[in-house]
Design a protein around this ligand. Structure first.
Ligand SMILES: [Zn+2]
Length: 195
């Protein structure tokens, strides 16, 4: 039995997952929340995701049982969270810098917070507030995927535009449908123009 299934709700504890695309981050969030579904409403949870126009960063696979609230600003998390025990935040790398303060406020409110996000952007550089979020997390786990080129553990997100590695100077968030993403190891992570 994995320990996630025995932890349930821990007031004031911040838990985080991070990793590249296709590393199962959302799946881990759902797995963490899943046991609460069968506890007759003893514990409550609420989920948030950033509202972004460019959805191509998102893993589309999961059939979620969490009803996600799509938000534009991290401050929108606080008010609806008052009535819940567990606050779940996915794709947290897209939220503005205020998310760090919001999570610390939730902690003061005695909430158990769980977040997941991409730790690195397609350039292999820290994504948004992830460095601070990883630091304030009481528990943190870095996930990885499998390199599409060699099958070794992949810690990086490769962005492809028309099948070619995206150059370093392209936008962090691309317009929908423009780019594809693959998980890659360090050796196969290509960013033309990166010094
Ligand atoms: Zn590789």
């Amino acid at each position: 039995m994995e320990k996630e299934y025995n932890r349930f709700i821990r007031p004031g504890i911040i838990e985080g997952f991070a990793g590249p695309m296709m590393s199962g981050k959302t799946g881990r969030l759902l797995k963490r929340v899943d046991p609460l579904r069968w506890m007759h409403g003893k514990f409550s949870y609420i989920g948030f995701r950033p509202k972004i126009d460019n959805r191509d960063f998102r893993c589309r696979s999961s059939e979620d049982f969490i009803k996600w609230n799509y938000i534009s600003n991290p401050e929108e998390i606080i008010y609806p969270s008052r009535d819940y025990d567990l606050i779940v935040i996915d794709e947290i790398q897209f939220l503005a810098a205020g998310i760090v303060e919001v999570i610390l406020d939730l902690q003061k409110m005695g909430k158990n917070v769980i977040f997941a996000g991409l730790d690195l952007d397609f350039k292999g550089e820290p994504f948004g507030s992830m460095p601070e979020l990883i630091t304030i997390a009481n528990e943190f786990e870095k996930l990885h995927s499998i390199c599409t080129e060699c099958g070794n553990p992949a810690y990086y997100t490769q962005r492809l535009i028309n099948g070619k590695p995206a150059p370093y100077n392209s936008d962090i968030i691309s317009i929908e449908g423009e780019s594809e993403y693959e998980a890659r190891c360090f050796k196969h992570h290509e960013v033309p123009g990166k010094v």
